[in-house]
Design a protein around this ligand. Structure first.
Ligand code: PEP
Ligand code: MN
Length: 284
């Protein structure tokens, strides 16, 4: 079993109000609340590629029922020769998209030196899988009062993930949402990008007081798998989703980042409808 003394601030253990239930600490981003009865849906492009591309996707996300807009202005790319994001221009486009749609913005920060800058535009800071154990970055975002979306490292154990969240919490920032985004698994690489670890959702919720959401896009890598993965995640206890999408008229092959796993707005609309009607029918 995990030793909760290493993540004592966020641990469920030792907090009487969180015993005998799976209640989570509520994390608010604008008017949206994580950890409540309705699982929020974050949707948008992998990366902000241009103003037109992002505004079109943001409008489609809003129309499909998303609650928050995602999109990377600074991208952690495996190859240094691929599109790295638009930087400040990307942040300005995200702010414009928020202005138009009203959707709060979730975007990644990769560099301690950019936390203040990104926070001027973002409503929630994403710490990506590759930075889950970037301890200086975790410590510094812990000193801010920005809500943090902490993705699980692609090969991180649950205890490593919880300890990463604890680094943030130690700075006094408890507005943390955990995100399972698939783990590296030798046997799944020929049909999917990663393996969606459905088991970790309940275990994480039992271990700590933070809301846990799922990214069905990076955990599958395949657009056709996203709706089932999203619904399976909700059925397994996920308290929200973060999904990559493109606009109706866009061709997945032409986007610069993660087109293969990006869904169309009608698919997102169906996911939102199905998870919300499942909730109404008491499937939880
Ligand atoms: C992303 O959300 O686009 C991303 C890079 O995710 P992850 O850090 O989970 O790979
Ligand atoms: Mn992506």
């Amino acid at each position: 079993m995990l030793d909760a003394s290493h993540y004592r601030i966020i641990a469920r253990e030792g907090k009487p109000e969180y015993q005998g239930n799976l209640e989570a600490r509520r994390v608010r981003v604008g008017d949206v609340e994580f950890g409540g009865a309705v699982p929020p849906v974050i949707a948008g492009p992998c990366a902000v590629e241009s103003r037109e591309h992002t505004l079109a996707i943001a409008r489609a996300a809003k129309a499909a029922g998303a609650d928050l807009l995602r999109g990377g202005a600074y991208k952690p790319r495996t190859s240094p020769y691929t599109f790295q994001g638009l930087g400040t221009e990307g942040l300005e486009i995200l702010a414009e998209a928020r202005e138009e749609t009203g959707l709060p913005v979730v975007t990644e920060v990769m560099d301690v030196r950019l936390i203040e800058h990104v926070s001027r535009y973002a409503d929630m800071l994403q710490i990506g899988s590759r930075n889950m154990q970037n301890f200086p970055l975790l410590t510094e975002v812990g000193k801010t009062r920005m809500p943090i979306l902490l993705k699980r490292g692609m090969a991180a154990s649950l205890s490593e993930w919880l300890c990463a969240a604890e680094y943030i919490a130690r700075g006094g920032n408890l507005d943390i949402v955990l995100c399972e985004r698939g783990v590296r698994c030798a046997v799944s690489r020929d049909y999917a990008r990663n393996t969606l670890d459905l088991n970790v959702i309940l275990s994480a919720r039992q271990s700590c007081i933070l809301p846990v959401i799922v990214d069905p896009s990076h955990s599958t890598g395949v657009a056709e798998m996203v709706p089932l993965a999203a619904k399976a995640a909700i059925a397994a206890g996920a308290q929200g989703l973060i999904v990559e999408m493109i606009a109706e008229e866009m061709d997945a092959c032409s986007v610069l980042c993660d087109g293969r796993q990006s869904i169309h707005p009608r698919v997102l609309e169906e996911i939102v409808r199905e998870i919300r009607s499942g909730l109404a029918a008491g499937v939880r």
